[in-house]
Ligand binder design. Structure first.
Ligand code: ADP
Ligand code: MG
Length: 809
């Protein structure tokens, strides 16, 4: 025990630590004090004994007990990164399902340890700050999965900590399956790898009692935390408008109940910002920065103008920003918010309250605001999405307002249609949320739904993600790892056989797998890009007629969600970490479309051309704040696009160094021939996502008008429609490809569309064509010798060739 710590231990009565400490840290004084209170710190001895005695340890402990921040420090202090340490040296890797957590925890742990970010670093898909000095690396689970592809035995690591395993993200599940196989191999190699699985709940049987995964059950430690009693209050009735109800409940608590911070759970960024706005408009001592300023400035100005509201003059004024297009819906919301306020008496509005938002797209420095001390006599109210459920613990919360709702993305297994639904959380989540109120003192949780709803409508637990999403990207990655029979993989919970079959079909259709399920050379190239298989193929076949820079930009833009501030309900996207496919959406597009005007070549590419224009214009624009206010583009998302462009360019250069590809930031419009080739490249990757215009020839004039935008696609029976904001509505083509379908509840919309020519279909995607007469033509093949995709007839992708095989990683 180091001197300093021993003192702290004596003062606080923490059990004496008996284990040898190899490395001594100089921790800041404030950290010493906080650490001594953490339940995990009291159990350090027991935890480290288990880690040293067993290859796998499962650690359960309530959120906030100190797992994420402390365990990496224990491992470091016990010499796990030292060459003469227990595992012969290597990094400590910590995986998180959420990007927010990876970034914020790396900052916090570096600070607690008195080390720099060169030593305690993070890596997420777009960015990272790891160096050769890195000893502890926080990363998203997907990042480690990709590292396994290149370093099968994870030789660079001595310990892998899989955090938040209870969340059951697909990548976490797959990682655990792989790690269960890597550990025995490392054991044999003489440099063992330790695995620590951490969970905020005790529901870990899927890992511990799963002989396929770990033949002998790993030791499971559970850390008792000093959880104070939380009184749960149900509402008598369940309201329809839960944001409004959350507002009223928050006001009531603030008015009537003793000091103590407040935490409100909502489902997404928009709701969070809306409630923040309403609360800030009600109580003094508000504060606003960054993104909300951009979002809120316009509304604030309008509100002030229309009502001459004196109250608002007390608050720091929000700067003026340019107007964005399409404000229709928001006017309505605003009026409602005004109504809300009328229900809170003027007297109550005198109490100061600091209102802070917390959601995953909030920049890290703004996320950190919730940890800052609050002035005496001010109540902190954090309005959060479910990132606050287990990933981030806000100190001193006494009151929780739980709407009971969460936004989930749904995929129809058959059609692949995705929808975002606001749903009831599980009972387990609701209890987690309630627990947030009792971290430091007895607390109260106000559920804005009845106990009957809790009993009857909330499922006991949430389903693991792997059971509810397409798995084509996973199957491709697993095949690339040499796992031939994916169905035999030791999944903690296996995906359904249909989902696996669907994934194999998609991959076969893309040419990534041969008909007997083996990875093809094309598939291998596809798997090297950190994007979904379709986009991987776009990149793999994109190098012709100098199209690759466009393909890279397109893939980057399609892989980042929330490019544009959302204003229409039909295209609202999920709030949480997404690796999914984005698309052109939102009605801020009118301004963007003007950007495109006159650029005929981009126009040939439909919505995708619009995306390319956006990417180019963004890199080009000088006053970005103004530009983003005008166009509704989210600066953070656009920065991600830029980073992904760079990263994909790097990947391409790594796979094929001869290309020496450099990014042209401004992205000049493609030539007409290039635009046509780009269309064909996209078609080759989206052969199963072609839609044909429904003929209106024999319809009445009225029906003709109604059905002007209706299409027929392969995956669903009824008609699907061009989205109202699509760039193809001015002249709907006979055939088009789409990125995805979105069910608005009222209609199914095609998103991210681009026109294609009928004549291309049998040539580029014959596997999806039905021929009226049998054609004696072979399916397209990928020829590794000439590195070309050969379609039947004379259609060969060329003239540049992709030098596959020469640079195997
Ligand atoms: P767990 O992983 O078990 O949920 P954590 O290790 O995340 O717990 O949190 C331990 C404690 O550290 C909590 O009380 C939390 O409030 C605090 N904490 C985490 N991040 C920060 C930060 N950036 N600033 C201040 N306190 C923090
Ligand atoms: Mg944690």
């Amino acid at each position: 025990v180091t001197g300093e710590e021993a003192n702290v231990a004596v003062e606080t009565g923490v059990r004496e630590r008996r284990v040898a400490v190899f490395v001594q840290l100089k921790r800041p004084g404030d950290v010493q004090e906080v650490r001594a209170q953490l339940p995990v710190v009291a159990e350090e001895g027991r935890i480290m004994e288990s880690v040293s005695g067993s290859p796998v340890t499962v650690l359960c402990g309530e959120t906030g007990s100190g797992k994420t921040t402390q365990l990496p420090q224990f491992l470091y202090e016990h010499g796990y990164t030292l060459p003469n340490g227990p595992c012969g040296g290597g990094m400590i890797g910590v995986t998180e399902p959420r990007r927010v957590a990876a970034v914020s925890m790396s900052h916090r742990v570096a600070y607690e340890m008195g080390l720099s970010q060169r030593q305690v670093s993070y890596q997420i898909r777009y960015e990272g700050n790891a160096t050769e000095d890195t000893v502890i690396k926080f990363m998203t689970d997907g990042v480690l999965l990709r590292e396994i592809e290149q370093d099968l035995l994870l030789q660079r690591y001595s310990v892998v900590v899989v955090d938040e395993a209870h969340e059951r993200s697909v990548f976490t599940d797959i990682l655990l399956g792989l790690l269960s196989r890597i550990i025995p191999l490392r054991e044999k190699s003489g440099r063992p790898l330790k695995l620590v699985v951490m969970s905020a709940t005790l529901r870990v049987e899927d890992f511990t009692k799963n002989p396929l995964l770990f033949p002998s059950p790993p030791p499971t430690l559970s850390v008792e935390s000093r959880q104070f009693p939380v009184t749960v209050h149900f509402s008598r009735r369940t309201p329809t408008s839960y944001v409004r109800e959350a507002y009223l409940k928050t006001c009531k608590i603030h008015k009537r109940l003793p000091p103590g911070h407040l935490l409100v759970f909502l489902t997404g960024q928009r709701e969070v910002l809306r409630l923040c706005r309403a609360l800030r408009g009600t109580f003094p001592c508000t504060q606003s920065t960054g993104e909300e300023r951009e979002e809120g400035g316009r509304r604030e100005r309008r509100r002030r103008k229309s009502r001459g509201d004196v109250d608002l003059d007390k608050y720091p004024l929000l700067p003026e920003v340019g107007r964005t297009e399409c404000e229709d819906e928001e006017g309505e919301e605003e009026d409602k918010e005004t109504d809300w306020k009328a229900e809170v008496s003027a007297h109550d509005r005198q109490l100061p309250m600091l209102v802070l938002p917390l959601y995953s797209l909030l920049p890290p420095e703004r996320q950190a605001e919730v940890f800052r001390p609050v002035p005496e006599g001010v109540r902190l109210c954090v309005v959060a999405t479910n990132v606050a459920e287990t990933s981030i613990t806000i100190p001193h919360v006494k009151y929780v307002v739980d709407t009971g709702k969460v936004k989930r993305r749904y995929y129809d297994k058959v059609t692949g249609i995705s929808t975002f639904r606001v749903e009831w959380v599980s009972q387990a989540s609701a209890n987690q949320r309630a627990g947030r109120a009792g971290r430091t003192q007895p607390g109260h949780c106000y559920r804005l739904y009845s106990s009957a709803v809790f009993q009857n409508l909330l499922s006991q637990f949430s389903q693991p993600e792997i059971c509810s999403r397409p798995v084509d990207d996973l199957v491709l990655q697993m095949k690339a790892l040499g796992i031939e029979r994916v169905a035999h993989f030791p999944f903690p919970t296996p995906p359904s056989p249909e989902a696996l079959q669907a994934a194999e079909m998609v991959l076969e259709g893309l040419g990534a797998l041969s008909s007997d399920g083996r990875l093809t050379d094309l598939g291998r190239t596809m798997s090297r890009f950190p994007v979904s298989p379709r986009y991987g193929k776009m990149l793999a076949v994109g190098h012709q007629y100098n199209c690759l820079p466009y393909v890279i930009s397109l893939v980057a833009a399609l892989s980042v969600k929330e490019l544009v501030v959302q204003t229409d309900h039909s295209s609202r996207k999920g709030e949480e970490e997404g690796r999914g496919e984005g698309g052109v959406k939102s009605s801020g597009l009118a301004a963007l479309r003007r950007l495109c005007a006159g650029k005929e070549e981009f126009r040939l590419l439909g919505d995708l051309g619009l995306l390319l224009t956006v990417v180019g214009a963004w890199s080009h624009s000088r006053g970005r704040t103004e530009f983003s206010a005008k166009t509704g583009l989210q600066p953070r998302a656009m920065r991600e696009v830029s980073r992904l462009r760079q990263q994909l360019t790097n990947s391409v250069n790594m796979i094929c160094p001869d290309l020496n590809l450099v990014i042209d930031p401004s992205l000049a419009p493609p030539t007409e021939a290039q635009a046509r080739h780009l269309c064909q490249i996209v078609l080759a990757c989206l052969g199963d996502r072609v839609a044909r215009k429904i003929s209106t020839d024999n319809m009445s004039a009225e029906d003709k008008r109604k059905q002007r935008f209706s299409y027929q696609c392969v995956s669903c029976e009824g008609p699907v429609y061009l989205a109202p904001n699509s760039s193809l509505t001015s002249c709907p083509p006979d055939y088009l490809v789409y990125q995805d379908l979105l069910d608005s509840g009222h209609r199914i919309y095609l998103r991210g569309v681009m026109a294609v020519q009928e004549a291309w279909l049998p040539q580029l995607v014959p596997q999806f064509c039905k021929f009226s007469e049998p054609l004696e033509l072979p399916p397209p093949t990928f020829d590794p010798n000439t590195s070309t995709i050969r379609c039947h007839m004379s259609c060969t992708y060329g003239p540049h060739q992709w030098p596959l095989g020469s640079h195997e990683m």
